[in-house]
Design a protein around this ligand. Structure first.
Ligand code: ZN
Length: 360
């Protein structure tokens, strides 16, 4: 009897260690536009740091170059290769046979984001056109279930998110591009950020806000309104690559890692989020590698543009670290993964959605 009780307790303890009780799950998804798996898993690329694409060969080498690939990637993205590697999962290292791809054939941003948030490939979304395509995605469905518009929100640097997420119909906050946030009774911090985005130089274009301001708006929103599903969309990595600027592409990859580390610190020190929140970080497409100049671009004609990656950390995410030899996963599985973590039923009237990614 005593022996049986002992075994039952033992089984109970081991089950506990596999799944933490999450009373009210939250999901935060951060997208880093067009950041290649090559830099995430291998660190700065010496063929590019020593090329005409890098205007600061000495400075970039001092900050991000070392021979050992594991140390080199940690110099570039210390939060990924510290906290997430230790406690979460990182998919997409093709050097270790872990494959992640977009399922859409177009391999540009908007089809990539639709795929993620719809849960399937809509072949009508072929490019980045600023047009509305109206049907509900995972955010609309979550908002419908939560029934409070401040429980779902998306902040992104690129104005096209206003069209991707149908800001004309969305019942939650969609704040994209250089756009003021206006919520009745909002704290003064938001006014400061509204002013700042209009006073900052249009460094990238009039359609793209600086990632740091997008991040601060999202972070202040999280602290003030406590959303249960939040999207933060960074954009500068993609813009810097298109601008053929490897120095700023690398620097922005590093800054993105820093902001995500700061976000995780906020989450884990906030009682509403602590040990209740899953953080997913991913990208919308890959970019070229060979020939040499193809890293700046992506699309149907550029091999490698389908190659993506995903990192995840949170309660009930087993600490597998870097995934090796896994089955191929697809960006279109993200919508169902978010729904699964939040414990909501997500279906789409348009098409069957792809199954969630196995994170156990
Ligand atoms: Zn692009």
């Amino acid at each position: 009897m005593l022996r049986n009780t002992f075994f039952i307790i033992l089984i109970f303890i081991s089950l506990q260690s596999f799944s933490q009780v999450v009373k009210e799950p939250k999901v935060i998804i951060v997208t880093i536009d067009g950041l290649r798996w090559q830099e995430l898993f291998r660190g700065a690329d010496s063929s590019l740091t020593q090329s005409r694409y890098n205007s600061d060969k000495i400075g970039i080498a001092e900050s991000y170059w070392t021979k050992n690939v594991l140390e080199r990637r940690k110099l570039l993205m210390p939060f990924f290769w510290g906290e997430i590697e230790k406690k979460g999962q990182i998919f997409g290292n093709r050097d270790l046979n872990s494959k992640m791809e977009v399922a859409n054939p177009y391999r540009v941003s908007r089809p990539g984001y639709h795929e993620m948030f719809n849960g399937f490939v809509d072949t009508a979304v072929k490019n980045n056109d600023r047009i509305y395509i109206h049907y509900p995605n995972i955010f609309d469905v979550a908002e419908e279930i939560f029934r409070n518009k401040n429980l779902v929100a998306s902040f992104s640097s690129w104005d096209v998110f206003n069209f991707i997420l149908n800001d004309d119909l969305a019942k939650y906050v969609v704040n994209a591009g250089i756009e003021d946030l206006n919520i009745v009774g909002m704290p003064n911090t938001f006014q400061v950020l509204n002013e700042m985005q209009r006073q900052a130089p249009p460094f990238i274009s009039k359609n793209v806000r600086l990632d740091v301001i997008t991040y601060q708006l999202a972070k202040q929103f999280l602290k003030t309104y406590q959303p249960k599903l939040l999207h933060i969309g960074f954009d500068e990595t993609d813009d810097m690559a298109h601008a053929e600027d490897y120095k700023f592409y690398i620097e922005q990859a590093h800054q993105s890692d820093k902001m995500i580390a700061n976000l995780w610190k906020e989450i884990q020190s906030n009682p509403f989020y602590k040990n209740q929140t899953t953080l997913i970080i991913t990208t919308d497409h890959g970019r070229g590698e060979v020939p040499y100049g193809n890293w700046t671009s992506h699309g149907q004609g550029i091999p490698g543009s389908e190659q993506t990656w995903l990192a995840v950390i949170g309660p009930n995410i087993s600490a597998k670290g870097e995934i090796k030899n896994g089955v191929a996963i697809y960006n279109q599985q993200i919508a169902a993964t978010i729904a699964h973590i939040l414990g909501i039923n997500y279906k789409n009237s348009k098409q069957q959605i792809a199954k969630p990614i196995d994170l156990n």
